[in-house]
Design a protein around this ligand. Structure first.
Ligand SMILES: Cc1cc2nc3c(=O)[nH]c(=O)nc-3n(C[C@H](O)[C@H](O)[C@H](O)COP(=O)(O)O)c2cc1C
Length: 176
């Protein structure tokens, strides 16, 4: 699938078929995350691909609404590495959640172009995620991304739910 089509047709997927994902597709999706840009090219991310059913079940329990995590054939847990992140944006916020989010965006568009569904889950108990996956200090879980073949066709209505260009884009000054 071509990039613009992937951008237009991406729908968050909450229900997955049990069908396994061919390893080459998993690799393509992770390769897209790996190639994402990051502040100072620090690449302050790690991705744990959870395929084991029992581990997925426990990970799902660490989420407020974890059913997609248990259901999807894989769940990618994206982490940031604290020691890689010495700088802040404009002096008020650290860049690492942005870096990881950019990589997740790449991952999601690559998954879409491979015919796979994904969604974001950030509503989880970090301590439980850490315990389930054996995460050391200084590493922060940022998001859990279930990945798999969609169980149903999402409606292509993304544009309907988005603000209009005039509401979010201005030229030359902050003109709202
Ligand atoms: C940073 C981020 C975090 C999100 N966290 C969650 C989440 O924890 N649970 C969830 O169901 N969806 C989550 N989402 C998905 C959004 O809720 C969803 O994309 C948004 O409501 C727009 O819906 P739509 O894409 O279907 O139009 C997240 C999306 C982003 C970009």
């Amino acid at each position: 699938m071509e990039l613009n089509e992937a951008i237009r047709t991406y729908r968050p997927c909450h229900h997955f078929q049990p069908r396994p994902i061919p390893p080459e597709k998993v690799r393509a999706v992770l390769a897209a995350a790996r190639l994402a840009p990051s502040q100072g090219n620090l690449q302050p991310w790690r991705f744990v691909v959870v395929q084991d059913d029992e581990r997925k079940r426990l990970l799902a329990q660490a989420c407020v609404k974890g059913k997609p995590v248990a259901e999807a054939p894989i769940a990618v847990v994206a982490f940031s590495v604290e020691e890689d992140v010495p700088v802040t944006i404009g002096g008020y916020i650290s860049a690492y959640p942005l870096d990881v989010a950019v990589a997740i965006g790449h991952l999601q568009l690559a998954a879409t172009s491979e015919g796979l569904g994904t969604s974001w889950i950030v509503d989880f108990h970090a301590d439980k995620v850490r315990t389930v996956l054996g995460v050391p200090e200084g590493i922060h879980p940022i998001a859990i991304i279930p990945v798999g073949y969609p169980a149903e066709n999402g409606e292509a209505k993304t544009a309907e739910g988005r603000k209009s260009p005039d509401e979010i884009i201005a030229y030359n000054e902050f003109a709202w």
